[in-house]
Ligand binder design. Structure first.
Ligand code: NAG
Ligand code: NAG
Ligand code: NAG
Length: 121
């Protein structure tokens, strides 16, 4: 009996912690805003999930042929939530540079719904 209640408590703790992990949203914050910077590009990337597939999308700043501002912060907001959101990595340029490429990658079988904000000055 004592063993059984202990076991139930451990099981409940495991379920609670895995719930916390799966409820996480996959937001990413690179760099930090500074006085006099401004939003230089905002874009939303939405892709539906596909069975066993990983979706991968690159977001580039600035547009080809345009001059980029000095990047201070890149904020990536996961709008999918519930731990289903993907991953964001800066694959070139970035903070303190005047260009960047951000790779957005879904979890296998899941979609993407990211809002990307690039700040610069
Ligand atoms: C922002 O970046 C996206 C993705 O590169 C691009 O499609 C969009 O035209 C850009 N918007 C502006 C205002 O530069
Ligand atoms: C970035 O800055 C360098 C040095 O000022 C300049 O030569 C280059 O054209 C700039 N690139 C962009 C994309 O603005
Ligand atoms: C951007 O600003 C930082 C901090 O002032 C500086 O170190 C860096 O060289 C700048 N980069 C560009 C591309 O102007």
């Amino acid at each position: 009996m004592k063993f059984a209640t202990g076991f139930v408590a451990v099981l409940a703790a495991i379920l609670a912690s895995s719930y916390l992990v799966s409820a996480q949203s996959h937001n990413y914050f690179f760099g930090a805003r500074v006085p006099y910077d401004s939003l230089v590009n905002q874009t939303t990337v939405i892709q539906t999930g596909s069975f066993l597939r990983v979706r991968s999308v690159n977001v580039d700043y600035p547009l080809k042929g345009q001059r980029g501002r000095n990047i201070t912060a890149i904020y990536v907001y996961d709008r999918l939530g519930n731990g289903r959101g993907g991953f964001a990595t800066i694959t070139s340029g970035g903070i303190g540079k005047n260009f960047t490429r951000i790779n957005l990658k879904s979890q296998r079988g899941n979609g993407l719904n990211f809002q990307v904000e690039v700040y610069g000055r």
